[in-house]
Write a protein that binds this ligand. Sequence first.
Ligand SMILES: Nc1nc2c(ncn2[C@@H]2O[C@H](COP(=O)(O)OP(=O)(O)OP(=O)(O)O)[C@@H](O)[C@H]2O)c(=O)[nH]1
Ligand SMILES: [Mg+2]
Length: 429
Amino acid sequence: MHSTYKEKETAVLVAVQTQKQNAAQTKEYLDELAFLADTSGIETLYTFTQKLERPDNRTYVGKGRMQDILMYVIDNDVDMIIFDDELSPIQIRNIEAEFAHFQKEVKVLDRSLLILNIFAMRAQTVQARTQVELAQQQYILPRLTRMWTHLSKQRGGVGMRGPGEKELETDRRTANDRISFLKEKLRQIDKQALTQRKNRDRMVRVSLVGYTNVGKSTLMRRLAKADVFAENKLFATVDSTVRKVTIDSIPFLLSDTVGFIRKLPTMLIESFKSTLDEVREADILLHVVDISHPNYEEQIGIVNDTLTEIGAADKPTILVFNKIDKFEVEPETTEKEQDDWEVVHGENPWEEEPKDQASRIQKVTEFLKKSYLHTPQPMAVFISAEQKENLDELRDTVLNLVKNKHIQIFPNWLTTDESYTENSESWAE
Ligand SMILES: Nc1nc2c(ncn2[C@@H]2O[C@H](COP(=O)(O)OP(=O)(O)OP(=O)(O)O)[C@@H](O)[C@H]2O)c(=O)[nH]1
Ligand SMILES: [Mg+2]
């Protein structure tokens, strides 16, 4: 029997492969888009790509590809199309018009809107909620056309048929008023937060930064015994958490905050400025990387670019390569590369499978250290936050940097350290 009840909304994904990217990268980007969709509770049925110099101004992909998408969406009664780049209001209108010929209502979303929706789902504090709503309103305002009604009216659904011209005018005015109101509210929250930060003892401030889902919150739990939320979804964290940590009687503040992603909407970065203050004002950064991710090098670049954008680059940084328990030495390396490695280093780490987890971790760590010694890198540590591997080494590296900074702030510290040991949490096992 045919049932019209659908558990999940369904989507097709669409990306353009420009000359700057190869097929493997495009696939990675689409996998990430599918992960974003999945995090929003949307099931991806199919993906479409097209090689183009740049996305088409009118309909993002060309006419022929659009026809393929149209047929698939109609035949399979798909609920929405999600594009990997931010669409202009005109592109949205044209794409929706294609479907209107077939009396098919389909939601047209893009990567930015998907990210905004996830942030809205996750925001816990008043500050984060206000910041997300501001970004949403700013995204929607130029797109308030007949096809659109704004998000705040209908939680969960976007891209429905909109109101008439007159209501649209009212909607635009309401959106503008709301934007002013939210900005003012954020100014007040910022003022309070600033006072709070000023009243805190001056302590060395360390911030966890990194791409989304790399394990920042998991590491925060290990380092500060903090009960922060971690899960295998994108943007599990969109607020920031600060905890006092003490190692060898040196106290410092550790903060965990929102992760970064490729093509993070600009309005989101802007409205999250105050959440990102923790990062901007930090003395030291722990840049966490998921070394088991096929695109981890590109992710490092994206994080560095975002840090530059928010004015937080050029701080003493430790690259924390996480998830070494999931890192596979073998499949990534050809036999020729293995032979070359053996010639240079006099051993072949691929020769035999280590028997237990401990020796496997040791082997992987040695392998990674050797690979990274060739390239100029900031300090690098290889850990597994989940499996608690090599955390002592990370602790020592952090301690060294913290100590240097601590001595700068408190030149007389060596004689007065007693007072800092009270009431502080110690490094978790
Ligand atoms: N295998 C493995 N998984 C890990 C490790 N560290 C974290 N994870 C998993 O990775 C997923 C993401 O971890 P989180 O700590 O939420 O990552 P995050 O960087 O805080 O992510 P966002 O807050 O979404 O930006 C979770 O499912 C963790 O259990 C690790 O060392 N090894
Ligand atoms: Mg997190």
